[in-house]
Ligand binder design. Structure first.
Ligand code: NDP
Length: 280
């Protein structure tokens, strides 16, 4: 049976560290602040925003919610971001995705001051990661790295496979593993033999968005498995991209869903806000 990688416990420890940093900022008269912009009324986004608010409060971070109507234009949203960029009391800006279809999401993400881009999605921050000088690292891959560190997984020289190549998860994840001296392979929808690629991996990160797609029988015995996927299975329950029931029998360590990567993502966002406040 694999060791369970407890994202709730690891994120709690990280949040406690963030709270200490926030205290230090406050002692020098700086109150770290996160501005959250939510456009429209997507119920899942509203839940994420609420959870972020709760974790921020626990860490002593102030949040300011900016709720805009579903009919907001790109120009209107750019105007809000511009104001937040210029507001010296705001350390971090988070524009909750997805945005309504009429909005040019790339233009909005590009307009966020890279020094306030606590999500780490701005091309400047992605580029910095690529050249080995990271500032804000995207929260989900950063959370995955912190879990690998917490479990003592040896990355140097290890074979790592990242399944999924999105800009917000798969690609930065691969960069982080590469920086930690793993030999990294990326798989995606055109990969020919995914089971064979999975079988080689000492470290597997799944970020696909397909319920229980990766079978336990594919996994190298003893491998460390990080499951980023958050899906609704046919039974209506939340599940990952990895078939947990079979994978737990073969892996050396594995994250559960829920209770794995999800809480780490939010804790890393708070870590990034505390980091952003260092600039003041
Ligand atoms: P995207 O939809 O942007 O990317 C999915 C990736 O999976 C793509 O690169 C796609 O390949 C690849 N893919 C699709 N089908 C297959 C397949 N059959 N075999 C191999 N690869 C495949 O998703 P995200 O990266 O945004 O998110 C991935 C998952 O992680 C989702 O379940 C999401 O909900 C979850 N998530 C969880 C977070 C957390 O905090 N825990 C945060 C962010 C995301 P191609 O590029 O070829 O299309």
């Amino acid at each position: 049976m694999a060791e369970l990688i407890d994202g709730r416990a690891i994120s709690k420890a990280l949040l406690a560290d963030v709270a200490k940093t926030v205290e230090q900022h406050k002692a020098r008269g700086v109150q770290p602040k996160l501005a959250v912009v939510l456009v429209g009324d997507d119920p899942a986004s509203a839940v994420y925003v609420r959870n972020k608010g709760k974790r921020a409060a626990e860490a002593g971070i102030e949040t300011a919610d900016h709720r805009l109507g579903a009919d907001t234009t790109t120009e209107g949203l750019l105007g809000v971001v511009r104001e937040l960029n210029e507001d010296p009391s705001v350390d971090g800006i988070l524009v909750q995705l997805p945005l309504p279809p009429q909005i040019d999401a790339d233009a909005v993400l590009l307009s966020i001051d890279p020094a306030k881009d606590v999500d780490g999605f701005h091309p400047e921050n992605l580029g910095r990661l690529m050249i080995g000088e990271p500032r804000f690292v995207a929260c989900t891959p950063l959370g995955c790295m912190k879990m690998l560190e917490a479990t003592g997984t040896e990355l140097s020289g290890a074979k790592a496979l990242v399944v999924g190549r999105s800009t917000i998860v798969g690609k930065p994840m691969a960069q982080l593993l590469l920086a930690a001296n793993a030999t990294v392979t990326m798989a995606h929808s055109r990969t020919r033999d995914l089971p064979a690629a999975v079988a080689e991996a000492d470290v597997l990160v799944a970020a696909v968005g397909r319920p229980r797609m990766i079978q336990g029988a594919w996994i190298k015995p003893g491998a460390t498995v990080i499951d980023v996927g958050i899906n609704r299975g046919e039974d209506g329950k939340l599940c990952g991209d990895v078939d947990f029931a079979t994978a737990v029998e073969r892996a050396g360590a594995i994250t559960p869903v829920p209770g794995g990567v999800g809480p780490m993502t939010i804790a890393c966002l708070m870590h990034n806000v505390a980091l952003a406040a260092s600039r003041r």
